[in-house]
Design a protein around this ligand. Structure first.
Ligand code: ADP
Length: 238
C-alpha cells in the first residue's frame, strides 16, 4: 500500500534576525497509510503546526523528504503545490472559514469551482457531501443561520467534496461546546470508517484525540510517541 504521507528526516528551521535560529522540527519520520485516522498532540511550541503546514503544502521543510501518495513533492514549485493542495487535500480549521452571506451548498461547492468542475456536477457533489454530514436539509441556510457545530459540519462537507487523499484538521473542535465537539468527532470517525477517509487531526484535548485510531505526540520538534489509541474507546463506537 502506498502511504498517503511519508516524511523522512523532516527539519524546519526558522532563521531569526540577530538571534539564534528556531529549530521547529528536528528530523521527523512519519508514515500515514490510506484509511488511517491520526491525532497529533503535544505541548504548545512542540512543532505540531509547523508539521501540519508542511504536510498541507502551506510551508516547506528546510531539509528531509516528503513523499505524498508516492510522489516526491519536496522539489515542487509554489503553483504545483497549490494545485496539488486544492485537488488532493481537504482542510478543516477551528474557525470554520465559511463565506458569509453564502449558502451552505455554495460554500461546499467552492473547492470544485477552483478545480474547474462544471456547475451541475458541482451541485450534485455538494449535496452528496452535505448528505454525508447530515445537513441536506440546511443546504440553503447561510452560516449565520447555523450553529457552530453545524457550520463545522459544512466545513467538513467542503473538505471532502473533492474526494481528497487526506483531510487535515487543525483544532476542529476548538471553538465548540462539548456536545458539538462530540458530534464533529463522531462524524470524522464515520467518514474514516465508512468512506475510508484518511484523517490527520491536531488537537490539545485528550478526549478529542481519543476518537482517532493512532496518536502521535510531539515534543521539542521530535515525535516522542506513536501508538494505537486504546481499543476501549473503539468498543464504544460499535
Ligand atoms: P505548536 O503548533 O506545537 O504550538 P509550532 O509549530 O507553532 O508549535 O512552533 C514550533 C516552534 O517554532 C516554536 O518554538 C515557535 O515559536 C517556532 N515558530 C513557529 N512559527 C514560526 C515562525 N514563523 N517564525 C519563527 N519561529 C516560529
Amino acid at each position: 500500500m502506498t502511504p498517503v504521507v511519508d516524511v523522512r528526516g523532516l527539519r524546519k528551521v526558522y532563521p531569526l534576525d540577530g538571534g539564534e535560529d528556531v529549530v521547529a522540527l528536528r528530523g521527523v519520520d512519519l508514515t500515514i497509510d490510506p484509511g488511517e485516522f491520526v491525532a497529533v498532540m503535544g505541548p504548545s511550541g512542540s512543532g505540531k503546526s509547523t508539521f501540519m503546514h508542511i504536510v498541507g503544502f502551506l510551508d516547506r521543510a528546510t531539509a528531509g523528504t516528503y513523499r505524498f501518495s508516492g510522489s516526491d513533492v519536496s522539489g515542487l514549485g509554489g503553483d504545483q503545490l497549490a494545485d496539488l493542495r486544492s485537488r488532493a487535500l481537504g482542510f478543516v480549521f477551528q474557525a470554520y472559514n465559511l463565506l458569509a452571506r453564502t449558502t451552505a451548498v455554495e460554500n461546499v461547492e467552492l473547492p470544485m469551482i477552483y478545480a474547474g468542475v462544471p456547475a451541475a456536477e458541482r451541485r450534485r457533489a455538494a449535496m452528496d457531501a452535505l448528505d454525508a454530514v447530515g445537513l441536506s436539509k440546511y443546504a440553503e441556510h447561510q452560516p449565520n443561520q447555523l450553529s457552530g457545530g453545524q457550520q463545522q459540519r459544512v466545513a467538513i462537507a467542503r473538505s471532502i467534496v473533492n474526494r481528497p487523499h487526506l483531510i487535515l484538521a487543525d483544532e476542529p473542535t476548538g471553538a465548540l461546546d462539548s456536545a458539538s465537539s462530540e458530534d464533529v468527532m463522531a462524524l470524522f470517525q464515520r467518514l474514516n470508517r465508512e468512506r475510508g477517509m484518511t484523517v490527520m487531526l491536531v488537537t490539545h484535548e485528550a478526549d478529542v484525540a481519543a476518537h482517532a485510531k493512532r496518536l502521535v505526540t510531539f515534543r521539542d520538534g521530535n515525535i516522542v510517541s506513536d501508538a494505537p489509541v486504546a481499543p476501549a474507546n473503539a468498543a464504544v463506537l460499535v
